[in-house]
Design a binder for this molecule. Structure first.
Ligand code: MG
Length: 380
């Protein structure tokens, strides 16, 4: 296809009109391939979408009921790879910024999707930041390659699909009564993730412990300001079946965090303090481990590198997510056999998922054998 004929979307409205939700090929099985001798090119399409949350979601710094995402497709030789960018407001990306970034992406020069390092280096070099936008193309390319090879990514990475951890289910900050209701709804999960970082921390834990003994992990989202108070709180939490503490203090409190990690009876996990692969080294001996999210680090390629880097340094690995459809969740789940913990519940928090993908069976992240990132459109 010539550069001139390449469909270049000029903005959100054009993107919305051009994006075909219904496939013309059975992409998941890769059964319909073009036999044309013409040189195929990679074609990128995208469309904004708004995720509707089942509950108002409150963390230490904000509350919200919707999350904007961008749905992305990369097509090559009749096969379609799916990707997604999720933009919770605190990350600083938006429908507008992601559309602007994706409009700069010109894949028409690439004729071989297997040149993944080259293509992703080109995308990374378009502009700094924009990690969710970059992740959306990265995920779609991985999905496409997996479909071309007829293999899911956990297999291509040599991972054992049975070695996935249980996923935590996130309980936002709320009143004890609402918290109890949410915990009852989450009875199939073997580990709960509780958002802390306000004056009501102990009330939240006590409300949960009044109805269940399942392990809890807590995410403070930088909410604790004093390291002695933080250490006292971690001791209190350890006595109540908490298994690790995520981002207890500010990402800038490096000396305090190193002290806290050294003295803490529980592992400490970096989340806000670790965005990309370039941050991993700086978390060594400051935190016990890192929370890897595709939207923070730019996609599956970097996430896989970060997981291996952290494990090589003896650190714990957690695979997390934003509020996302099963597209980005299933992409992240391909890494789950490498993780000590998974927090892949973002698709379970929404009412309007567009895909079927990885599932949670008896609390455990359960990978399927579908090629690529393991998803199919719900209404193909
Ligand atoms: Mg977190």
């Amino acid at each position: 296809m010539s550069r001139r004929n390449f469909i270049k979307l000029s903005g959100l409205v054009a993107g919305a009109l051009a994006f075909p939700i219904i496939d013309t090929v059975d992409a998941a099985n890769g059964s319909k391939r073009s036999n044309s001798l013409r040189k195929s090119t990679l074609k990128l399409r995208f469309k904004p979408y708004e995720l509707q949350l089942k509950h108002v979601f409150t963390i230490a710094t904000s509350s919200r009921t919707t999350t904007p995402v961008m749905l992305v497709e990369v097509e090559y030789d009749g096969l379609i790879g799916y990707g997604e960018a999720s933009m919770p407001p605190y990350l600083g990306e938006s429908h507008k910024s992601v559309a602007e970034f994706l409009n700069k992406v010109d894949l028409s020069a690439f004729h071989d999707p297997f040149e993944l390092e080259t293509i992703l280096a080109y995308i990374d070099g378009i502009d700094k930041g924009n990690y969710a936008a970059k992740a959306s193309v990265d995920i779609a390319l991985h999905d496409l390659l997996g479909k071309m090879l007829q293999k899911p990514w956990h297999k291509l990475w040599g991972l054992d699909a049975t070695k996935t951890p249980n996923t935590s289910f996130t309980i936002g900050i709320d009143t004890p009564e609402v918290v109890k209701g949410k915990v009852k709804e989450a009875s199939e999960f073997k580990i709960l993730k509780v958002k802390l970082g306000r004056e009501t921390d102990k009330e939240m834990i006590q409300a949960i412990r009044s109805i269940t003994d399942v392990p809890i992990c807590v995410d403070v989202n930088q909410g604790w300001k004093d390291r002695n108070m933080a250490l006292d709180m971690i001791h209190w939490l350890a006595e109540r079946g908490v298994v690790f503490v995520e981002q207890p203090m500010s990402k800038y409190a490096i000396d305090d965090m190193a002290w806290l990690t050294e003295h803490s009876p529980l592992p400490t996990m970096a989340d806000e303090a670790v965005q990309t692969i370039y941050d991993v080294l700086a978390t060594h001996k400051v935190y016990s481990g890192i929370n890897i999210k595709l939207m923070k680090c730019g996609g599956m390629r970097n996430a896989h590198k970060m997981a291996n880097m952290a494990k090589t340094m003896g650190m714990k690995v957690m695979v997390g997510c934003m509020t996302e459809t099963s597209c980005a969740i299933s992409a992240a789940a391909q890494l789950a056999p490498l993780a000590d913990w998974a927090d892949l519940d973002g698709n379970l928090l929404i009412n309007n998922d567009l895909y079927n993908g990885v599932t949670i069976v008896n609390g455990k992240v359960t990978l399927n054998e579908l090629p690529g990132i393991g998803i199919q459109l719900k209404h193909a």
